[in-house]
Ligand binder design. Structure first.
Ligand SMILES: Cc1cc2nc3c(=O)[nH]c(=O)nc-3n(C[C@H](O)[C@H](O)[C@H](O)COP(=O)(O)OP(=O)(O)OC[C@H]3O[C@@H](n4cnc5c(N)ncnc54)[C@H](O)[C@@H]3O)c2cc1C
Length: 393
């Protein structure tokens, strides 16, 4: 839609082929139906990843945060900032974003063809695109922006990437990103549904430590929530080749010393309490019971009988609770796809294919993915804009 708008603004005759019966289905479900459009830190390249981490640089420079804000402001979207510098429409409705993009395309005369799933095509002399129902479309310049493969129920698949493969392009390995993680640790299932705020870290190969503090959700399969989704894209790269252990600090920013001191104070005040009850009001009972069992502490032990060394061990366990994760949930639970069209084959300044002149790529189908928090849309808006422009001719 961005590419169509930009191309139409410069006077080109534009047709948009959409496989679904509805435009922007991923926008509609994004941010829990509220659409986290972008982020105040969107210009910081550290939030964008791929096989070639420098690839997004030129595109992100050509269409910055201020351009996103100006573009949507012009459409009529007012923004509100939420935690982690995320920007949402004040309407709290993703639908309004799709409605305004559609209206802009209408005003610019973009011809929109719905239920037009492209199944194959030619690129020998201009482009011919054939749609499942037999229709075909011709053009001299083509932007492929068919998205990632996650959420097949929304019509996502590899069809756009396969078309590029037919025309000589390569697709790097596809993996689910921004995705809940599976844990083999069965006791976690007893905490299913519990959401807490925690600091989660993991050590990557080579010793680099990644860390995030936010919501942590326990599920039937393992762990989820903002912090896990955010760390997942980097962890997924290592999962499979070795076991990965998350370190969870249930008291973000606090050390074992501080927690041990805090427990000593609580236990002195109420020495008759059981170990389990001594955490009441501090940590959820849904977490404390299975965790103490897992760690092998007697829940019923009176705290006055627990010595300093054990108290210290408990404090260490609560600030560096180790949880093994073994893999990501499947693509249908992932917000983005890691991998895509190999960026070695795309001009980073124009997004034109080096292999097929006149062919451009945008959005998630390219081997670029970003952190949670509006950065994936920023890449979609920026790359759509750059791919939609006519460069230098
Ligand atoms: C649950 C969820 C929540 C998300 N929340 C956010 C968020 O709040 N903020 C954020 O930044 N990112 C979010 N994302 C990620 C974001 O939605 C995507 O990165 C973004 O939509 C990618 O844009 P795109 O245009 O490249 O692909 P898409 O939005 O997937 O659009 C691709 C379009 O191409 C169509 N298409 C595919 N193949 C064909 C074909 N062969 N022929 C014709 N049409 C075809 C599809 O039907 C689709 O309409 C979320 C993703 C999910 C799954």
């Amino acid at each position: 839609m961005m590419a169509a708008i930009v191309a139409a603004e410069s006077g080109e005759r534009v047709t948009l082929l959409e496989g679904n019966a509805q435009l922007g289905r991923k926008i509609l479900i994004s941010g829990n139906g509220r659409c986290n459009l972008t982020n105040l830190a969107a210009d910081d390249r550290k939030h964008y990843h791929g096989n070639h981490p420098h690839f997004p640089r030129s595109v992100l420079r050509q269409f910055r945060l201020e351009d996103t804000l100006a573009f949507f402001d012009n459409l009529g979207v007012a923004f509100r900032e939420e935690k982690r510098q995320r920007l949402f429409p004040v309407s709290d409705q993703a639908q309004s974003v799709v409605d305004l993009l559609e209206d802009q395309m209408k005003c610019l005369g973009v011809q929109v063809e719905m239920n037009a799933k492209v199944v194959n095509g030619d690129c020998r002399s201009g482009f011919v695109l054939r749609v499942g129902d037999g229709r075909s479309f011709e053009c001299d310049r083509l932007v492929l922006a068919s998205g990632g493969v996650s959420l097949t129920r929304l019509g996502a698949d590899r069809s756009g990437m396969d078309l590029a493969v037919d025309w000589g392009h390569q697709v790097t390995e596809l993996k689910p990103g921004l995705v809940p993680l599976i844990s083999p640790e069965k006791y976690l299932a007893k905490m299913q549904g519990l959401k807490i705020r925690a600091e989660v870290s993991a050590e990557m190969q080579g010793g680099r430590r990644i860390v995030d503090t936010d919501d942590l959700l326990f599920t039937k399969y393992g762990v989820s929530g903002f912090t896990i989704l955010n760390l997942s894209a980097r962890l997924v790269a290592e999962l499979g080749s070795r076991p990965v252990y998350l370190k969870i600090n249930l008291f973000p920013g606090q050390s074992p010393d501080e927690i041990s001191g805090m427990l000593a104070e609580r236990w002195n005040r109420h020495p008759h309490r059981s170990l389990e009850l001594s955490f009441a009001g501090l940590l959820s009972g849904k977490l404390v019971r299975p965790l103490l069992d897992h760690l092998g502490y007697e829940r019923e032990a009176q705290v006055e009988r627990i010595d300093k060394a054990i108290r210290w061990q408990i404090a260490c366990a609560l600030t560096a609770w180790s949880v093994e994760v073994s893999g990501p949930r499947p693509f249908d639970y992932a917000e983005v796809t890691i991998g895509g069209i190999d960026t070695d084959e795309i001009n980073p300044d124009t997004l034109e294919s080096y292999l097929v002149p006149g062919l451009y790529f945008a959005g998630e189908m390219v081997d670029v993915h970003a952190d949670l928090g509006g950065f994936n849309f920023q890449w979609a808006w920026a790359s759509g804009t750059v791919a939609g422009r006519r460069h230098g001719n």
